[in-house]
Design a protein around this ligand. Structure first.
Ligand SMILES: [Zn+2]
Length: 252
């Protein structure tokens, strides 16, 4: 006990802008979130370990797998609508869904003429996707690893994933490696600055550390992506507290 008492308390550091200036945002059980005074990102500190993240994925899907893959027709319909809107910007080409779950967007992309790929960390999701959409490409690979071998894509899609990532800058850099110069990224994440977020943030359905460990606002997400080499070309309107950005990779 004495030894741990002498350990220096690690200083919270913003995973988006590296600022060490923050204020305590809210504590949930033994977890403390901080709000960066520089970019207003809210983050869990210390960030979850890889072991925690892995366990969360396994638990989340082990419990939800039977329920998650119900309402498939509805999911596919929604995916097709989203893909049609994206196709209006992108045209066609290679498509990658990072965090593809059961492969619904990947399948929709294929139906609209894209060459479709999906990656996810959850084996149950990938097994489902491979079984139901055998003409698409799926793999259980972390994005950073996938980025070292994959050919770049015309459109990278990453919906409701980055809020789970303890090191979002490395994640964004990997996404940038996966996009062709001039290629597109469509990314969504909860918006903690949205006027509809409850005053008691613990009542917000998107607030859930340690699973959600980084909470962006539109400017902090745009800055993160800018640092990785993207420029925002369109902000989609979100009625729920969410950020939806269509970005383009700046040609080097
Ligand atoms: Zn910051």
């Amino acid at each position: 006990m004495l030894a741990s008492a002498r350990m220096p308390t690690p200083q919270p550091i913003c995973p988006v802008c590296d600022s060490v200036t923050s204020r305590t945002f809210v504590a949930v059980r033994d977890m403390i979130t901080y709000k960066c005074r520089s970019c207003d990102t809210v983050y869990l500190f210390p960030p979850p370990t890889q072991e925690t993240v892995d366990a969360l994925y396994t638990d989340a899907y082990a419990g939800a797998s039977t329920g998650y893959f119900t309402k498939v027709e509805k999911k596919l319909r929604r995916s097709r609508g989203r893909m049609r809107r994206l196709r209006a910007f992108v045209g066609s080409g290679r498509f990658l869904d990072i965090g593809c779950n059961g492969g619904f967007m990947v399948h929709a992309a294929q139906q609209l003429g894209f060459d479709p790929f999906g990656i996810d960390l959850d084996p149950i999701s990938i097994a489902y996707a491979k079984t139901h959409y055998p003409d698409c490409h799926f793999s259980i690979t972390p994005v950073e690893q996938f980025a070292t071998t994959a050919e770049p894509f015309d459109l990278v899609y990453c919906s409701e994933v980055i809020e789970h990532v303890p090191a979002p800058r490395a994640f964004a850099a990997a996404i940038a490696r996966l996009a062709k110069p001039g290629g597109y990224l469509y990314i969504t994440t909860p918006d903690i600055s949205h006027w509809r977020v409850p005053t008691d943030v613990t009542q917000w359905d998107a607030f859930g550390p340690p699973s959600h460990c980084v909470y962006f606002n539109p400017a902090s997400l745009a800055n993160l992506l800018k640092g990785a080499g993207f420029t925002v070309v369109k902000k989609m309107i979100a009625f729920k507290p969410g950020i939806k950005l269509l970005c383009r990779k700046i040609a080097p």
